[in-house]
Design a protein around this ligand. Structure first.
Ligand code: MRU
Length: 347
């Protein structure tokens, strides 16, 4: 039987010129593929977290823009570029925190800048090819993160992770899960602990699902249970993903990550951020400048319950991400190696 890992998180239908994704809001109960062709459908898919996770959002936006480019009818370069830019800006407005979204869309636009003399038809083809190249690069980057990550782990280690920085958040392997998948190939027998990750339950619905489907020893816990595990010595390392790393190393990731980092610091458990260099934003000096997405209150009060879980009118705080201070981070595991600070990647 086909497992969730046999599906492509993000793909492109070359015949229909459509972005193809797994609808992650339906996991783990239903595996539904969506084929998206309009700007509004693609924007909604990103905003509603049908496709989510920083690297997957980037590649989905790239395929999405490539699909939308095919629909521009004008053969006049100036008009084509103007319409493409409008579509790019619309997609870019779907979510603010993951830098991969703007990074991927800017890279797509730069294809047109590089090919100054190219016809509109040629540009349309180049955009599709660039998006496929980004997908391939994402797979290579994740595998390298896996290789470097294994250097700080030992067979039978307990690894705690938060949210989903797995295959479902990338094109393959994941970032925080890459060392786990590569370790499995080499018989490391890790024990993995997945935080459920309130309010949208990416840990329960996605991480536990994909690791369990892969035959990895995974245990699900509520977000308030990680201190108990660390106190017992069950966790040898924390591995998390990231949505934007500021130049000083402050890191935005799924809400709750900074709590895990503070607890890990207290119990002297190493806390690693698995970070493709595309998620490092040297234009943002510190975490204070990172824009944090605020989401709908109903995700907290109603979404998973048959009846509302709070009295009508209660104020609700629902930021999608928090910023972990760089002082709590043991290292950044990137495709270029492990560094203590992003500046270690410069020069
Ligand atoms: O809101 P989400 O589900 O897109 O948040 C995802 C995360 O916070 C991930 O940890 C991050 O994007 C890294 S994915 C490799």
């Amino acid at each position: 039987m086909k497992s969730i890992l046999d599906y492509e998180t993000v793909d492109y239908d070359r015949e229909r010129h459509a972005l193809v994704i797994i609808d992650q809001t339906k996991l783990p109960n239903d595996i539904t593929l969506l084929s998206l062709t309009t700007a509004q459908e693609i924007w909604d898919a990103i905003y509603q977290l049908k496709v989510r996770g920083a690297p997957a959002i980037g590649v989905a936006a790239a395929f999405g823009l490539a699909a939308l480019a095919q629909q521009i009818s004008s053969q006049e370069k100036e008009i084509f570029l103007r319409e493409l830019k409008e579509k790019k800006e619309f997609l870019n407005s779907a979510r603010p925190t993951a830098v991969n979204l703007s990074w991927a869309l800017d890279r797509m636009m730069s294809v047109c800048k590089k090919k100054k003399e190219a016809s509109v038809t040629l540009l349309k083809n180049k955009l599709v090819e660039e998006a496929f190249l980004m997908k391939k690069e994402d797979i290579d980057v994740c595998r390298k993160i896996g290789e470097y990550g294994l250097r700080v782990l030992k067979p039978k280690d307990g690894i705690l992770t938060h949210c989903n920085a797995g295959q479902l958040a990338t094109c393959k392997y994941g970032t925080a899960t890459a060392p786990i998948y590569l370790g499995q190939e080499r018989g490391y027998q890790f024990r993995v602990y997945a935080d459920e990750t309130r309010p949208l339950l990416q840990g329960a619905r996605l991480t536990a699902f994909e690791l369990y489907s892969a035959g990895i020893d995974v245990t699900l816990l509520c977000d308030n249970m990680s201190a108990s595990l660390m106190q017992q010595g069950a966790v040898q390392a924390v591995l998390v993903g990231c949505d934007r790393v500021a130049a000083n190393g402050d890191t935005a990731n799924k809400i709750g990550t900074s709590v895990v980092a503070a607890v890990a610091h207290h119990y002297q458990v190493p806390f690693y951020v698995c970070a493709p260099t595309s998620t490092i934003d040297f234009n943002t000096p510190t975490g204070k400048e990172i824009v944090i997405e605020q989401r709908n209150a109903e995700e907290v009060s109603k979404m998973w319950y048959q009846k509302p879980m709070t009295a009508e009118g209660v104020k609700i705080y629902n930021p999608a991400f928090d910023v972990t201070d760089h002082s709590l981070i043991t290292g950044f595991i990137t495709e270029q190696g492990i560094v203590k600070s992003p500046t270690g990647l410069l020069g």
